[in-house]
Structure formats: C-alpha cells, structure tokens
Design a protein around this ligand. Structure first.
Ligand SMILES: Cc1cc2nc3c(=O)[nH]c(=O)nc-3n(C[C@H](O)[C@H](O)[C@H](O)COP(=O)(O)OP(=O)(O)OC[C@H]3O[C@@H](n4cnc5c(N)ncnc54)[C@H](O)[C@@H]3O)c2cc1C
Length: 410
C-alpha cells in the first residue's frame, strides 16, 4: 500500500467496485478500503442468492420506481442505464436472463458470479483492495485530502463514500457512510427501513404464523387519506409479528408516512373469484355440507390454518348448521374473504430491511458528477445517499449507475 492515491473508495459493494474499476480504467491509482475480508458481502446474498442485477427498462422507468429523489438519478441513469449494466456484465462473461417483471438475473442464478466478476473488473484495472475500516475523513480548506483508517492515514486527491445504508449490518453496511458524511458537515435524512416486513396491530397474523399464500391480492390502504396506495398480486407470509413475503416487502416501500394505524393491508384470499362467483362457490360448498356445522364446512375453500380465524371473524355461530346460514351471513363471509384486513402497527427494525431509505441529502450532491457540493473531491455512490427504490433490480441499477458516474469523475 502506498501513502497517497489519486482516489480512495470506501466500501467494496456494487457501487464502490463499479466506481473503483471505472476510475482505475482511466489510469488513476485507486485504493479500495473494505472492512470485510470478502468484497460485496451484501451483493452475494441479493435476490435470495440469485442476484436480481437490474431491470430491463428505460431510465425513466427506473426513476418511476424510486419513490423519493428519483430525478436526482437522471444523469447517472442516462449515462449508465440497464442495458449498459447488462452489456457490462456480459462483457465480463456473466450470461444474463430476463425473468417476470423484466427482472434480470445471471443465467447461473449465482450472486457470487456477479460479485466475483465485479471484483475482477476492479482488480484487472489495477485497483488495490485493502482490508481496513475507515474511521474518519481528512478535510483541509474545504477539500478532501485523505482518510483515517484503523491502521493510519492514507492521502488521496478524491474519496468516494460507497458504504451503503444501515440494513443487514452483518454484511458491513452499518451506517458508517452516513456518519462519515455527517462528521464533515453533510445533512443526513433520517435512516428508515424500506422493503421490510410489517408488524401487525393485533394478533391475527400470529394465529396464522407459518401460513404462506402463493396467490393473493394485496392492497395497501392509507387510512388517513382514505385511499388505496398500492396493489399487487402474489406471495405473502403470515409470521408471529405480522406479514412478510415478496408482495409485503414491495408494499412497504409505498408506506412513506409509517405510523401505527395509518395503514392497513387488505388481502384478497380468493383473487380468482369475483364476488358473485365466490358466493356461488360458497353456496355450492354449503349445499354439500348442509347438515354439517359451519366451522366444518370450509375445508375445500380455505387452508386449514385459516379456518378458525375466518370462522371467528365471520361472526357466524360456528356450530350453526350450514343450511341455516342466512344470505346476509354468507355474503358477509364472502366479503371477509375478499377483504381480509390486517392493521399495520409499524415496520420491522431497520437492520432487517432490504434497503435503507434516507441517507446523505441529495441536495448536497451534484447529480452530474456525484461530487459533494460542500467538500471538493468528496463523492458518493449507492445506498449511502437518500435514494431507494422498489424491488425489481432497481436498487442495484442505482448502485451501478451512480458508481459508474462517480468513478468517471473521481
Ligand atoms: C437480503 C437482500 C437482498 C437484496 N436483493 C436485491 C436484489 O436482488 N436486487 C437489487 O437491486 N437490490 C437488492 N438488494 C439491495 C442491494 O443489495 C443494495 O441496494 C446494494 O447492495 C447497495 O450497494 P452499495 O454498494 O451502495 O452498498 P453495500 O452493498 O451495502 O456495500 C457497502 C460496503 O461498504 C463497506 N463499508 C461500510 N462501512 C465501511 C467502513 N467504515 N470502512 C470500510 N468499508 C466499509 C461494507 O462492508 C460493504 O461491503 C438486497 C438487499 C438485501 C439486504
């Protein structure tokens, strides 16, 4: 390791590795400092180990998938859009495939292949990767001059903070980036979880713990504004604390004003049947079980675990014979199945979030270069900034695009 470099990159995640390789490819001396022994620890667990690398869509569509500060990404995404990301990885020998929702994955279904290729890209361009933890930035006369690590001071003409957010801290992204930026005067928008399971206000989900529904309709209702703010269809999971699973994680990113009682999740347990067809179906089932008690009549309609909860919520006497269930009761049962409602108390804690919302205020970062407007030579890329996106490969696309842009100007 030398005493001085053209550029220091803090954090060997997707944003940092992309920036480091891009910068070194221009002939600059680049030191990458990563606290973990291995690069890209979070990247290696993305997409359940398969890595949803990007989304095969236009910059405008990526921006539309970023609930806050999307326009800040305009330059970065126009210079390095999803097709650039795909070319980039295919040039590195990573074959890609496009799946449902235009989500792009490696053909190998291996996030490690993606991370290894990125590391190789950085190293082949001459980036030195050093294992250490950056503790503070060195700034003189409003310009960056280096960093202080656990093992000493290293000088550099420019420094990139690519330390990620504060979720899944076991991967190394523990909020250091925001702290480093704050210590030199940057504003930090409060760090909050996004793409996160939901805690229920009540105990219905606990009773259904472990039940996974593959095909259900999900609506998020903002109860203050009295409107549906998100709709989806797919898989969800009941847990001891509330709701999880892909549709719920996606839904959580739309709940930007989380407060107990503000949001409710309405689950359509029978999305394939409209109200009329569902009523006909219930009628048929009741006909077959007409002399049975109501509580013993739902086996064909619902998973076993749901039955006692539905019986209780329906308000129908569980011991009532099916033939004497009234039309009103039957219609109310149908309504319950189409609008099974879970009141949301809160998000699960930040450390469990797929992404961190909040971070270094983008008002203090140039969107054209990713350079700090406060400190010359200081740059940012990836999740450390106050940008976060919905699921679908958008968060990695943001890391690659901002990393590439910063790497061109470092
Ligand atoms: C379980 C999970 C699955 C995900 N799946 C997907 C997916 O399929 N598709 C998608 O688009 N997004 C996915 N994401 C989100 C995506 O992984 C992140 O948005 C992305 O990794 C952010 O990249 P980054 O380079 O900004 O930061 P990170 O990947 O968080 O990397 C930051 C690096 O900085 C290092 N570091 C931090 N502080 C210091 C310090 N002081 N000194 C030295 N090094 C430091 C860390 O060790 C880490 O290696 C997933 C996230 C999780 C948690």
């Amino acid at each position: 390791m030398k005493n001085e470099y053209d550029a220091i990159i803090i954090g060997a995640g997707p944003a940092g590795l992309m920036a480091a390789g891009t910068c070194a490819a221009q002939g600059k001396s680049v030191l990458m400092i990563e606290k973990n022994a291995k690069t890209g620890r979070k990247l290696r667990i993305t997409g359940k180990g398969r890595c949803n690398v990007t989304n095969d869509c236009s910059p405008q569509e990526v921006i539309a998938s970023v609930p806050k500060n999307g326009k800040f990404l305009f330059s970065a995404l126009n210079q390095f859009d999803s097709s650039e990301t795909m070319h980039f990885f295919e040039n590195l020998g990573v074959k890609l495939k496009v799946e449902r929702g235009r989500r792009v994955f490696p053909v190998s279904d291996s996030a490690n292949e993606v991370a290894d290729a990125l590391e190789k890209f950085a190293q082949q361009n001459g980036v030195e990767i050093h294992r250490d933890t950056v503790q503070s930035l060195r700034v003189e006369n409003g310009a960056i001059v280096g960093v202080k690590t656990q093992s000493g001071v290293v000088k550099a003409k420019s420094v990139l903070i690519a330390c990620g957010g504060a979720s899944y801290p076991g991967t190394g992204s523990n909020g250091d980036g925001a702290k480093l930026a704050k210590a030199v005067g940057h504003t930090i928008e409060p760090l909050k979880p996004s793409l996160i399971p939901l805690v229920e206000k009540g105990d219905t989900c606990a009773k259904l713990q472990g039940l996974s529904l593959k095909n259900s309709g999900v609506k998020v209702i903002d109860q203050e504004k009295k409107k549906v703010i998100y709709e989806d269809f797919g898989e969800l999971l009941f847990t001891h604390f509330g709701l999880s699973g892909p549709t719920i994680l996606s839904a959580s990113a739309h709940m930007r004003q989380m407060a107990s009682g503000r949001y409710a999740v309405e689950i359509d347990l029978k999305p394939a049947l409209d109200d009329k067809k569902l009523d006909e179906r219930i009628l048929r089932d009741f006909e077959e079980t007409k002399n049975k008690q109501f509580m013993n009549s739902l086996e064909k309609l619902l998973p076993q675990k749901l039955i006692p909860v539905i019986v209780e919520k329906s308000g129908i006497d569980p011991e009532k014979r099916c033939h004497s269930v009234t039309r009103e009761e039957r219609l109310a049962l149908g309504h319950l199945l189409k609008h099974f409602t879970v009141q949301v108390q809160s998000f699960r804690p930040l450390n469990e979030a797929i992404v961190t919302s909040g971070g270094v205020s983008v008002k203090e970062i140039s969107p054209k270069t990713m350079e700090s407007k406060l400190i010359a030579g200081l740059f940012f890329a990836g999740e450390v900034m106050d940008v976060d996106a919905y699921t679908g490969g958008f968060n990695l696309q943001i890391a690659f695009a901002t990393g590439h842009l910063a790497g061109s100007y470092l």
